[in-house]
Design a protein around this ligand. Structure first.
Ligand code: COA
Length: 200
């Protein structure tokens, strides 16, 4: 079972030392991983109300500043003491664009599973896609969770996301495919998804 006492939450425990920033290896050393900041909230609203609304199942739509505040207060800064120096939301930023939020890689605890079991999710802003950034981001994030198990899902049609997972050591679960009914406000329809797992 998920050991809640082992998951520290920013809200309950108050402010703490920020997670140190991690610069990605060359040739992606313009990008670094950091924590969510309140100044990112308008950027999240902009991105989640654009094409991500139709790609990502979980975020509310329309996405508001209140949703960003909730994510900040309840999820983004969750710490995992079994993996020191980790957090739930890894914000990818660009140095040459003044630290703008380029995307997020989420390492989410899985309810009902051990504190060593996570679900991976990620996105990039449209202008940063197609450059190979996310495989490097995921590889760097996974290094921070040695021995952990990660689940991930990708739409059958999302070949780029599947390739990112394969690049980072995830295996496609052969009989794990499933259907998801998308909310009508987010494009609707029944979509085919694939499951992947990476065992540390
Ligand atoms: C999916 C996403 C994270 C991919 O990240 P990225 O850094 O842009 O990845 P790239 O487009 O550079 O492609 C990564 C790999 O997939 C391959 N790829 C990309 N699109 C492909 C396609 N349509 N067909 C086949 N391969 C494809 C690339 O060639 C590359 O392969 P390589 O690692 O062997 O060089 C990014 O496009 C994104 O944020 N999309 C919107 C949100 C999203 O889909 N999130 C995931 C939900 S499961």
């Amino acid at each position: 079972m998920l050991n809640i006492s082992k998951i520290e939450n920013m809200e309950k425990d108050g402010p703490r030392e920020p997670i140190p920033e991690t610069t990605l290896p060359s040739p992606f050393d313009d990008y670094f991983l950091s924590s969510l900041r309140p100044s990112d909230f308008p950027r999240l609203v902009e991105l989640y109300n654009a094409d991500l609304a139709f790609i990502l199942f979980s975020p509310p739509y329309p996405y508001t500043l209140d949703d960003a505040q909730w994510f900040n207060d309840n999820r983004a800064h969750t710490r995992f003491p079994s993996y020191p120096g980790t957090q739930e939301a890894w914000v990818i930023r660009s140095k040459s664009y003044d630290g703008v939020l380029v995307g997020i890689c989420g390492t989410h605890p899985v309810p009902g599973q051990s504190e060593h079991h996570f679900r991976l999710g990620y996105f990039l802003a449209p202008e940063f896609r197609g450059k190979g950034i996310m495989s490097t981001v995921v590889a760097e994030v996974l290094k921070k969770f040695p021995g952990a198990i990660f689940d991930a899902e990708a739409e059958v049609a999302n070949l780029g996301s599947q390739k990112v997972l394969e690049n980072c050591g995830f295996q496609h679960i052969e009989d794990g495919g499933f259907e998801e009914t998308w909310p009508a406000s987010k494009g609707g329809g029944v979509r085919q998804l694939l499951k992947f797992v990476r065992r540390g």
